[in-house]
Design a protein around this ligand. Structure first.
Ligand SMILES: *[C@@H]1O[C@H](CO)[C@@H](O)[C@H](O)[C@H]1NC(C)=O
Ligand SMILES: *[C@@H]1O[C@H](CO)[C@@H](O)[C@H](O)[C@H]1NC(C)=O
Length: 255
Protein backbone atom coordinates (compact mmCIF):
# COMPACT_ATOMS: atom_id res chain seq x y z
CA UNK A 1 0.00 0.00 0.00
CA UNK A 2 2.69 2.42 1.04
CA UNK A 3 4.79 1.19 -1.85
CA UNK A 4 2.00 1.87 -4.30
CA UNK A 5 1.69 5.34 -2.90
CA UNK A 6 5.36 6.05 -3.52
CA UNK A 7 5.27 4.58 -6.98
CA UNK A 8 2.37 6.86 -7.80
CA UNK A 9 4.23 9.73 -6.21
CA UNK A 10 7.26 9.04 -8.35
CA UNK A 11 5.17 9.70 -11.44
CA UNK A 12 3.43 12.72 -10.02
CA UNK A 13 6.39 14.58 -8.60
CA UNK A 14 8.54 15.12 -11.70
CA UNK A 15 5.65 16.92 -13.37
CA UNK A 16 5.86 19.75 -10.87
CA UNK A 17 8.08 22.49 -12.20
CA UNK A 18 10.24 22.39 -9.11
CA UNK A 19 10.81 19.97 -6.30
CA UNK A 20 13.37 19.97 -3.57
CA UNK A 21 16.27 17.70 -4.50
CA UNK A 22 19.54 16.52 -3.03
CA UNK A 23 19.57 18.34 0.29
CA UNK A 24 16.54 17.69 2.48
CA UNK A 25 17.55 19.32 5.74
CA UNK A 26 15.05 21.99 6.88
CA UNK A 27 12.23 20.33 4.97
CA UNK A 28 9.24 18.28 6.02
CA UNK A 29 6.89 16.00 4.10
CA UNK A 30 3.45 17.61 3.91
CA UNK A 31 1.62 14.54 2.64
CA UNK A 32 2.34 15.08 -1.03
CA UNK A 33 5.68 16.82 -1.26
CA UNK A 34 8.76 17.87 0.66
CA UNK A 35 8.32 21.51 1.63
CA UNK A 36 10.45 23.93 3.65
CA UNK A 37 9.78 24.25 7.37
CA UNK A 38 9.28 27.74 8.81
CA UNK A 39 12.73 27.41 10.43
CA UNK A 40 14.33 26.89 7.01
CA UNK A 41 14.02 30.59 6.24
CA UNK A 42 13.67 32.11 9.70
CA UNK A 43 17.20 33.54 10.02
CA UNK A 44 18.90 36.46 8.28
CA UNK A 45 21.56 36.26 5.58
CA UNK A 46 25.01 37.47 6.66
CA UNK A 47 25.14 39.74 3.61
CA UNK A 48 22.28 41.55 1.87
CA UNK A 49 19.47 39.50 0.39
CA UNK A 50 20.13 41.13 -2.99
CA UNK A 51 23.77 40.01 -2.91
CA UNK A 52 22.71 36.51 -1.97
CA UNK A 53 20.38 36.33 -4.94
CA UNK A 54 23.32 37.16 -7.21
CA UNK A 55 25.58 34.58 -5.59
CA UNK A 56 22.78 32.02 -5.39
CA UNK A 57 20.46 32.46 -8.37
CA UNK A 58 17.18 30.54 -8.05
CA UNK A 59 17.33 27.22 -9.82
CA UNK A 60 13.77 27.69 -11.02
CA UNK A 61 12.58 31.30 -10.46
CA UNK A 62 11.27 30.63 -6.93
CA UNK A 63 13.37 30.78 -3.78
CA UNK A 64 12.81 28.60 -0.72
CA UNK A 65 9.97 29.87 1.49
CA UNK A 66 8.09 28.26 4.35
CA UNK A 67 5.72 25.66 2.91
CA UNK A 68 6.87 25.81 -0.70
CA UNK A 69 8.83 23.18 -2.60
CA UNK A 70 11.09 25.34 -4.78
CA UNK A 71 14.39 23.61 -5.40
CA UNK A 72 17.27 25.32 -3.63
CA UNK A 73 19.63 27.37 -5.76
CA UNK A 74 22.12 24.70 -6.83
CA UNK A 75 25.17 26.54 -5.50
CA UNK A 76 23.67 26.27 -2.00
CA UNK A 77 24.60 22.62 -1.77
CA UNK A 78 26.32 21.33 -4.90
CA UNK A 79 28.76 22.16 -7.68
CA UNK A 80 26.41 20.58 -10.21
CA UNK A 81 24.20 22.80 -12.31
CA UNK A 82 21.36 20.39 -12.87
CA UNK A 83 19.71 17.44 -11.16
CA UNK A 84 20.74 14.90 -10.04
CA UNK A 85 22.95 17.08 -7.90
CA UNK A 86 25.07 15.32 -5.28
CA UNK A 87 25.56 17.26 -2.04
CA UNK A 88 29.04 18.82 -1.85
CA UNK A 89 29.69 19.63 1.84
CA UNK A 90 31.99 22.60 1.09
CA UNK A 91 29.26 24.32 -0.91
CA UNK A 92 26.82 23.86 1.96
CA UNK A 93 29.31 25.20 4.51
CA UNK A 94 29.88 28.33 2.44
CA UNK A 95 26.14 28.86 1.93
CA UNK A 96 25.48 28.48 5.65
CA UNK A 97 28.00 31.23 6.43
CA UNK A 98 26.78 33.76 3.90
CA UNK A 99 23.24 33.13 2.70
CA UNK A 100 21.42 30.59 4.89
CA UNK A 101 18.03 32.25 4.36
CA UNK A 102 18.26 32.44 0.58
CA UNK A 103 19.34 28.80 0.60
CA UNK A 104 16.58 27.64 2.95
CA UNK A 105 19.23 26.31 5.35
CA UNK A 106 18.53 28.40 8.45
CA UNK A 107 17.74 25.31 10.51
CA UNK A 108 21.38 24.25 10.18
CA UNK A 109 22.86 27.48 11.54
CA UNK A 110 24.13 27.53 15.12
CA UNK A 111 21.16 29.33 16.64
CA UNK A 112 18.70 26.92 15.02
CA UNK A 113 20.61 23.64 15.18
CA UNK A 114 19.94 22.03 18.55
CA UNK A 115 17.65 19.33 19.89
CA UNK A 116 14.17 20.19 21.10
CA UNK A 117 12.84 18.51 24.23
CA UNK A 118 11.73 14.95 23.82
CA UNK A 119 8.06 15.67 24.53
CA UNK A 120 7.41 19.28 23.53
CA UNK A 121 4.12 20.86 24.51
CA UNK A 122 3.58 22.00 20.93
CA UNK A 123 4.57 20.81 17.46
CA UNK A 124 8.05 22.24 16.94
CA UNK A 125 7.84 21.69 13.15
CA UNK A 126 5.00 24.10 12.57
CA UNK A 127 5.98 27.09 14.70
CA UNK A 128 5.64 30.25 12.65
CA UNK A 129 7.70 33.43 12.67
CA UNK A 130 4.74 35.22 14.26
CA UNK A 131 4.89 32.78 17.17
CA UNK A 132 8.64 33.37 17.50
CA UNK A 133 7.84 37.07 18.05
CA UNK A 134 4.83 36.56 20.27
CA UNK A 135 5.11 37.35 23.97
CA UNK A 136 2.60 34.61 24.61
CA UNK A 137 4.65 31.93 22.87
CA UNK A 138 8.32 32.84 23.21
CA UNK A 139 8.96 31.53 26.70
CA UNK A 140 7.35 28.17 26.01
CA UNK A 141 9.10 27.85 22.67
CA UNK A 142 12.47 28.68 24.22
CA UNK A 143 11.99 25.85 26.67
CA UNK A 144 10.50 23.20 24.40
CA UNK A 145 11.40 24.03 20.79
CA UNK A 146 14.50 26.25 20.85
CA UNK A 147 15.46 25.20 17.32
CA UNK A 148 12.25 26.61 15.85
CA UNK A 149 13.03 30.24 16.65
CA UNK A 150 16.82 30.37 16.80
CA UNK A 151 16.87 30.18 20.60
CA UNK A 152 19.57 27.49 20.75
CA UNK A 153 22.11 29.75 22.43
CA UNK A 154 19.66 31.16 24.97
CA UNK A 155 19.65 28.31 27.48
CA UNK A 156 15.85 28.32 27.61
CA UNK A 157 15.79 31.93 28.85
CA UNK A 158 14.34 34.58 26.54
CA UNK A 159 12.60 37.93 26.85
CA UNK A 160 8.89 37.58 26.25
CA UNK A 161 8.88 40.82 24.28
CA UNK A 162 11.64 41.54 21.83
CA UNK A 163 12.85 45.03 22.73
CA UNK A 164 13.61 44.89 26.47
CA UNK A 165 17.31 45.48 25.85
CA UNK A 166 16.53 48.89 24.29
CA UNK A 167 16.31 50.26 27.82
CA UNK A 168 17.81 47.98 30.46
CA UNK A 169 17.13 50.64 33.12
CA UNK A 170 13.56 49.31 33.29
CA UNK A 171 14.99 46.32 35.16
CA UNK A 172 15.51 48.62 38.17
CA UNK A 173 12.40 50.78 37.83
CA UNK A 174 10.05 50.29 40.78
CA UNK A 175 6.82 50.51 38.79
CA UNK A 176 8.08 48.09 36.13
CA UNK A 177 8.84 45.04 38.22
CA UNK A 178 5.69 43.06 37.40
CA UNK A 179 6.27 43.80 33.73
CA UNK A 180 9.95 42.86 33.58
CA UNK A 181 9.42 39.75 35.69
CA UNK A 182 7.03 38.53 33.04
CA UNK A 183 8.37 39.97 29.80
CA UNK A 184 12.07 40.82 30.21
CA UNK A 185 13.34 37.77 32.00
CA UNK A 186 16.53 37.48 30.01
CA UNK A 187 17.54 41.13 29.88
CA UNK A 188 16.76 41.58 33.57
CA UNK A 189 18.09 38.16 34.67
CA UNK A 190 14.69 37.04 35.98
CA UNK A 191 14.57 33.56 34.50
CA UNK A 192 14.16 30.82 37.09
CA UNK A 193 17.75 29.80 37.75
CA UNK A 194 17.00 26.34 36.44
CA UNK A 195 16.67 27.76 32.95
CA UNK A 196 18.85 30.91 32.83
CA UNK A 197 21.58 31.24 30.27
CA UNK A 198 24.03 28.72 31.71
CA UNK A 199 27.10 30.94 31.88
CA UNK A 200 25.28 34.16 32.74
CA UNK A 201 23.20 32.72 35.56
CA UNK A 202 26.24 31.23 37.25
CA UNK A 203 27.58 34.71 37.90
CA UNK A 204 24.47 36.89 37.96
CA UNK A 205 22.63 37.87 41.13
CA UNK A 206 19.55 36.00 39.95
CA UNK A 207 21.16 32.70 40.87
CA UNK A 208 20.26 33.57 44.43
CA UNK A 209 16.70 32.54 43.52
CA UNK A 210 17.26 28.99 44.64
CA UNK A 211 18.92 29.65 47.93
CA UNK A 212 21.71 32.19 47.75
CA UNK A 213 25.17 31.11 48.70
CA UNK A 214 24.83 27.57 47.49
CA UNK A 215 28.05 26.44 45.83
CA UNK A 216 27.77 22.66 46.01
CA UNK A 217 24.88 20.39 45.17
CA UNK A 218 23.65 16.96 46.20
CA UNK A 219 24.97 14.36 43.79
CA UNK A 220 22.68 13.32 40.93
CA UNK A 221 20.87 10.11 41.79
CA UNK A 222 20.30 9.30 38.14
CA UNK A 223 23.11 8.50 35.72
CA UNK A 224 21.33 9.92 32.71
CA UNK A 225 20.89 13.52 33.88
CA UNK A 226 23.02 14.92 31.08
CA UNK A 227 20.69 13.58 28.41
CA UNK A 228 17.59 14.47 30.43
CA UNK A 229 18.92 18.00 30.75
CA UNK A 230 19.38 18.13 27.00
CA UNK A 231 15.74 17.20 26.69
CA UNK A 232 14.69 19.97 29.03
CA UNK A 233 14.35 18.14 32.31
CA UNK A 234 15.94 21.03 34.22
CA UNK A 235 13.88 23.75 32.54
CA UNK A 236 10.56 22.25 31.46
CA UNK A 237 7.94 23.25 34.02
CA UNK A 238 6.26 19.92 33.43
CA UNK A 239 8.65 18.58 36.08
CA UNK A 240 8.50 19.96 39.60
CA UNK A 241 11.52 21.41 41.35
CA UNK A 242 11.25 18.53 43.83
CA UNK A 243 11.43 15.99 41.01
CA UNK A 244 14.44 17.69 39.45
CA UNK A 245 16.17 17.90 42.76
CA UNK A 246 15.48 14.28 43.61
CA UNK A 247 17.12 13.01 40.44
CA UNK A 248 19.50 15.59 39.06
CA UNK A 249 20.31 18.19 41.73
CA UNK A 250 23.87 18.70 40.49
CA UNK A 251 23.09 18.75 36.78
CA UNK A 252 20.14 21.12 37.31
CA UNK A 253 22.09 23.15 39.89
CA UNK A 254 19.42 22.91 42.59
CA UNK A 255 20.14 23.17 46.27
C1 LIG B 1 21.52 17.07 6.65
O1 LIG B 1 22.85 17.59 6.72
C2 LIG B 1 23.80 16.68 7.23
C3 LIG B 1 25.15 17.37 7.31
O2 LIG B 1 25.03 18.72 7.59
C4 LIG B 1 23.89 15.47 6.32
O3 LIG B 1 24.80 14.54 6.86
C5 LIG B 1 22.51 14.85 6.19
O4 LIG B 1 22.57 13.80 5.27
C6 LIG B 1 21.48 15.86 5.75
N1 LIG B 1 20.17 15.26 5.81
C7 LIG B 1 19.31 15.29 4.81
C8 LIG B 1 17.99 14.64 5.09
O5 LIG B 1 19.54 15.82 3.74
C1 LIG C 1 2.26 20.21 -0.13
O1 LIG C 1 3.06 21.18 -0.74
C2 LIG C 1 2.90 21.30 -2.14
C3 LIG C 1 3.94 22.26 -2.65
O2 LIG C 1 3.88 23.51 -2.01
C4 LIG C 1 1.46 21.77 -2.44
O3 LIG C 1 1.28 21.88 -3.81
C5 LIG C 1 0.52 20.77 -1.83
O4 LIG C 1 -0.80 21.24 -1.98
C6 LIG C 1 0.80 20.55 -0.36
N1 LIG C 1 -0.02 19.46 0.11
C7 LIG C 1 -0.71 19.50 1.28
C8 LIG C 1 -1.46 18.26 1.63
O5 LIG C 1 -0.68 20.50 2.01
Amino acid sequence: MVLIFFVVLAFVVPEASATISGEFNCTTFNGTAFVYTPAAVACSNAISDASCQVLYPASNTLYPAAGNDADRPFACFTTATDTPAPVVPDMKTAALKTCPKTCGLCCKTEAYDCPNVQFPRLNCQTITNAQCQSSQWRTIIAQDCPSACGFCNQGGCVDGVVDCANDPSICMTVGMQDFVNQYCQRTCARCPSTTGAPSASATSPSSSNTGGSCTSYIADSSSVCASWATNGFCSNTFYTIAQRKAYCATTCKLC
